[in-house]
Design a protein around this ligand. Sequence first.
Ligand SMILES: Nc1ncnc2c1ncn2[C@@H]1O[C@H](COP(=O)(O)OP(=O)(O)OP(=O)(O)O)[C@@H](O)[C@H]1O
Ligand SMILES: [Mg+2]
Length: 245
Amino acid sequence: MLLFRIPPHGPGFVPMILNINNLTKSYKEGYNGQSPAHRVLDDVTFSVASGEFIALRGASGSGKTTLLNLIGGLDVPDSGRVEVAGQDIALMSDDGRSEWRLHSIGFVFQFFNLIGNLTVTENIALPLLFQDTPDRKARERAHALADEVALGDKVDRFVNQLSGGEMQRVAIARALVHEPGVVLADEPTGNLDSTTGHVILDLLKAASKRHGATVVMATHDHKCADYCDRTLEMTDGRLMKTEAP
Ligand SMILES: Nc1ncnc2c1ncn2[C@@H]1O[C@H](COP(=O)(O)OP(=O)(O)OP(=O)(O)O)[C@@H](O)[C@H]1O
Ligand SMILES: [Mg+2]
């Protein structure tokens, strides 16, 4: 069993309560975008407390990735607001939003978005290096996270030489390495065997319960009910019901 080394949050930690208000998003399809707009998110409203671990479930195409992208400030809604720690992210300057994302968000992308010609250590350390953390400290911390996701023996491999499940674990380590206040994880166990999936869910839970992070995880994984505080169900871009664990 792997040990968690994510420390409790320090004095500078800001609780990241998420308020998602009436988010609506449509996409135009086709080559020239002239086909009718297709509504992908429809009036989505919910809140997540600091330290809470939420699962977002729904069929393929129901809007989970779109919603995570809006929460992380990677895309903009047609209407509605995303407030993090009381701040409307649409009102931040571009630089301010980039800075906020760098320090406060850990994003596990559905398709990983790793840099293939960098090593496991370098990929995991990227958020710290962008924050000007000294190289040695960033490497040490990256190695600790690589251990957490059972990649301690592959830290010097280029990520384009890894299996899909190994790449997914690098993506998860990179999202947690800088101890962000908000973790947005898009199907983080989709490529993993059951045992490794449990390790990852344990890690995300530790990020919320020990580090105080607000965690929103899109998933099809039924194991998540044992780990998450709440499950939100999406159907065709709408939130259907809220389940108590
Ligand atoms: N950039 C885009 N342009 C046009 N349509 C898009 C775009 N991105 C997503 N869509 C559409 O929006 C809908 C929701 O997509 P989204 O990726 O959010 O679904 P999802 O719930 O994450 O699905 P999955 O479980 O397969 O990952 C889909 O119908 C998809 O085709
Ligand atoms: Mg998706």
